[in-house]
Design a protein around this ligand. Structure first.
Ligand code: BG6
Length: 482
């Protein structure tokens, strides 16, 4: 099945930090695929900007090799790569000086949509915003794109928002949380709001609890310095898991438009109960079947940074009071698996008597890999000899349902096209980011004050045992990470 493609208008996209990892691994391949699909028009121009002094042909050669990298699945065919390279240009600029900015100004066309993607360390966002406005590069329609970490805590997030607001209106600022660009994450809204089936049951009266799991097998890789300063709470919970929680818990927006959706998400964040720091399970992987220890990987034997977090949070509103949401995420776990599992209550009365073995109905939405949905339902076990019940899975793989050749686009493909289209629905608003920090900060501050070390778990396991106890205390258990 081929997805319908609506081309965007011609544009100039300046990727600042064009030689960096994010640009090379994600941004350019994403744009190349959009061109190949006919969504990015041939009149669009991508201008790489970075400090390195090189000419456009050296830059094209660099991007050419990024477009053949092994991680790209499926690979990008050569004609598509070549067509994309033709649309690339390069200017050397320095965020901290005047160098290059006039040259960049000269290349921008006045009559097309213009966007600046700040694919650089957040410490440069302010300086870049300053340069862009000082050189009059921003028309009222110009968009800027920034990406996490959007602050390190509430105070720094506020400072960042204030800096950006000095030069751009909120409608011009596109804050990426790449989870919102994932097809399956957007699908959460479709499942909830395009079906009558689930919404009547989607509340504390019928939902026993919700589990949100984002498990990774990889370790910190080449990002040791960043990660060791950050930890799983800031790196994953404050943003990606928070966004998933919002999409699962929010009220139906009256319309699928940016502020209507973001208003509802914000209400969820503001209704989250505070969590006591000591109630959150923090873990750090030790050497195990899957590899070396976290401390060895980051080359910091005394590191107190968590690579795993599990917690329980309540939402104090009419819909959810009484239904716990259990969140967990970690690196070097047993499997790569992100899913949301909504477990419903038992029926109020069993007509099959005490002997019937109940299993609750569970709706599992698999975000990655094997994107799909499973609903566990009770049926009669076939055969004579009484009424025995059995739980079976109504299992749907999106790939099978939509056609095996359906390519699930990378989150960045969708998000960058939304920037050009001027649609902020899948981007975080400044107040959302601040509210998420306001909830996260006291937990992290509590850990720092208590000085407790994260609990060890073997690399390749399901995480610390204390995480299992977190649910056992409530008479529940985590789904296996498989
Ligand atoms: C990033 C985090 O935002 O998301 C990484 O900084 C993490 O630590 C990554 O590995 C996970 O993203 P995905 O798309 O692979 O699930």
């Amino acid at each position: 099945m081929v997805a319908r493609v609506i081309p965007v208008d011609p544009f100039d996209l300046v990727v600042v930090g064009a030689t960096g990892d994010l640009a090379q691994r994600k941004i350019f391949p994403a744009l190349c695929r959009r061109l190949a699909d006919g969504q990015m028009p041939p009149q669009a121009r991508i201008i790489g900007a970075a400090r390195s002094d090189m000419d456009a042909s050296a830059f094209r050669a660099m991007v050419a090799s990024a477009l053949t990298a092994d991680h790209l699945d499926p690979p990008i065919p050569a004609p598509d790569r070549n067509a994309f390279l033709d649309q690339l240009d390069y200017v050397a600029v320095d965020a901290r000086s005047q160098a290059g900015w006039n040259d960049l100004a000269a290349r921008l066309r006045p009559d097309v949509t213009r966007a600046f993607y700040f694919s650089v360390a957040p410490s440069l966002f302010g300086a870049l915003a300053e340069r862009v406005s000082a050189h009059d590069l921003a028309t009222p329609e110009t968009r800027i794109v920034v990406e996490k970490p959007l602050g390190h805590d509430l105070e720094t997030a506020r400072a960042l928002n204030t800096t950006l607001a000095r030069h751009f209106s909120e409608a011009q600022i596109y804050r990426i949380d790449h989870y919102l660009g994932k097809e399956t994450v957007q699908n959460l809204m479709a499942v909830r709001f395009a079906n009558i089936l689930f919404e009547p049951l989607w509340n504390a009266r019928f939902v026993d609890h919700v589990q949100i799991t984002v498990a990774e097998t990889m370790g910190v890789g080449g990002r040791a310095a960043y990660y060791d300063q950050t930890g799983a709470m800031r790196d994953m919970v404050q943003n990606h898991l928070m966004q998933l929680l919002c999409l699962i818990a929010m009220e139906p927006p009256h319309i699928f438009e940016p502020d209507a959706v973001r208003d509802e998400k914000l209400k969820v964040i503001r209704a989250l109960d505070p969590v006591a720091p000591g109630d959150v399970v923090r873990g750090q992987y030790r050497a195990g079947p899957a590899g070396q220890s976290y401390a060895d990987e980051v080359e910091n034997p005394d590191s107190g940074t968590e690579s795993y977090v599990a917690l329980k949070v309540g939402i104090s509103n009419w819909r959810w009071k009484g239904t716990p949401f259990y969140l967990r995420t970690g690196k070097r776990l047993a499997a790569r698996s992100s899913e949301i599992a909504v477990t419903f209550h038992d029926p109020p009365h069993s007509i099959f008597g005490e002997a019937a073995e109940w299993r609750e109905n569970v709706l599992v939405i698999r975000l990655q890999p094997n994107e799909g949905m499973t609903l566990r339902v009770m049926i009669k076990e076939p055969g004579p000899g009484g009424m025995r019940l059995k739980d079976v899975a109504l299992d749907m793989s999106f790939a099978k349902a939509l056609g095996d050749d359906m390519h699930i686009p990378d989150a960045y493909e969708r998000l960058i096209m939304d920037v050009i289209r001027g649609n902020q629905t899948l981007f975080m608003r400044g107040d959302e980011v601040e509210a998420a920090w306001a909830w996260t900060d006291p937990v992290i501050a509590g850990w720092t004050a208590q000085g407790t070390a994260p609990l060890p778990y073997p690399a390749g396991s399901d995480g610390p045992e204390a995480a299992a106890r977190l649910l056992q205390r409530d008479g529940r258990q985590w789904r296996e990470i498989r």
